[in-house]
Design a protein around this ligand. Structure first.
Ligand SMILES: [Zn+2]
Length: 249
């Protein structure tokens, strides 16, 4: 199994412990995702240290205040590292009291360009910003492989699939009230689907109330496999193949 989106640097246990737990649970690879320059550096260092860890270099919309040309240059340099397998997370967030929208847009545009320049996939965070995010990607991300992380736009699924974007489900798909999300997880085509933890956030229902860890992606994967009516081993093979294709590892 693969955890396509985690934040090792935000989790409490040391990276080595999280990686060992994940391997024990059958999670053979994980992508740890940068949210600013410091966490992107941490992601690259983790990828250098652990064979099952791969890095994404990015600047989160909530950290985008006063995003500058210097930030863009630094991201480009870090993202050029061969240990970096994706750019982001980036996008729009109108839920949290975060960065001004114009700064979010600057950071987002920069990362779309970097992903395009480097030919690496782009990881999207979007919250309360469906139209803005979809519009920006439509306008500016042509030719870039787009992964919608922690998918939460079930009513927009068809548009996203028509655009060719990849869809990754996090632990919130397992919540009893999230029936529309579960229905979406059941019908994403085989070749566009991934699962993730977004650890330490969004623990799946089986672990709700605890801090999330990469190992717990197996609970989300079991849920999505059941929703799709396939057995876990077949689902695992499918997810591993998809991640290999998208992240090029
Ligand atoms: Zn994240």
């Amino acid at each position: 199994m693969i955890d396509s989106h985690t934040h090792l640097d935000f989790c409490d246990p040391p990276h080595g412990e999280l990686v060992a737990q994940a391997l024990e649970a059958g999670v053979t690879k994980m992508l740890t995702v940068g949210t600013d320059v410091a966490s992107s550096r941490d992601a690259l260092a983790a990828a250098a240290e652990f064979p099952s860890v791969f890095a994404a270099v990015g600047h989160h919309p909530n950290n985008a205040t006063a995003f500058s040309g210097a930030d863009r240059a630094e991201l480009l340099e870090l993202a050029s590292d061969p240990l970096c397998h994706a750019v982001g997370e980036t996008g729009f967030d109108q839920y949290r009291e975060g960065a001004p929208l114009e700064d979010q847009r600057l950071a987002f545009d920069a990362q779309i360009e970097i992903a395009g320049e480097l030919g690496k996939p782009l990881i999207i965070h979007t919250r309360d910003a469906d139209d803005l995010t979809i519009g920006a990607l439509r306008e500016r991300a042509e030719g870039v492989q787009v992964l919608l992380h922690c998918f939460t736009m079930p009513s927009r699924l068809d548009e996203c699939l028509e655009a060719g974007w990849w869809i990754s489900f996090a632990g919130n798909v397992t919540y009893p009230k999230a029936t529309d999300l579960a229905a979406a997880a059941a019908r994403v085509p085989d070749d566009r689907l991934l699962v993730e933890t977004d650890a330490p956030y969004l623990s799946p229902q089986a672990r709700r109330g605890e801090r999330n860890t990469p190992a717990a992606v197996v609970h989300t994967a079991e849920f999505v496999a059941a929703a799709r009516g396939v057995d876990y081993a077949a689902f695992s093979t499918l997810v591993e193949r998809n991640a290999e294709q998208l992240f090029g590892w």
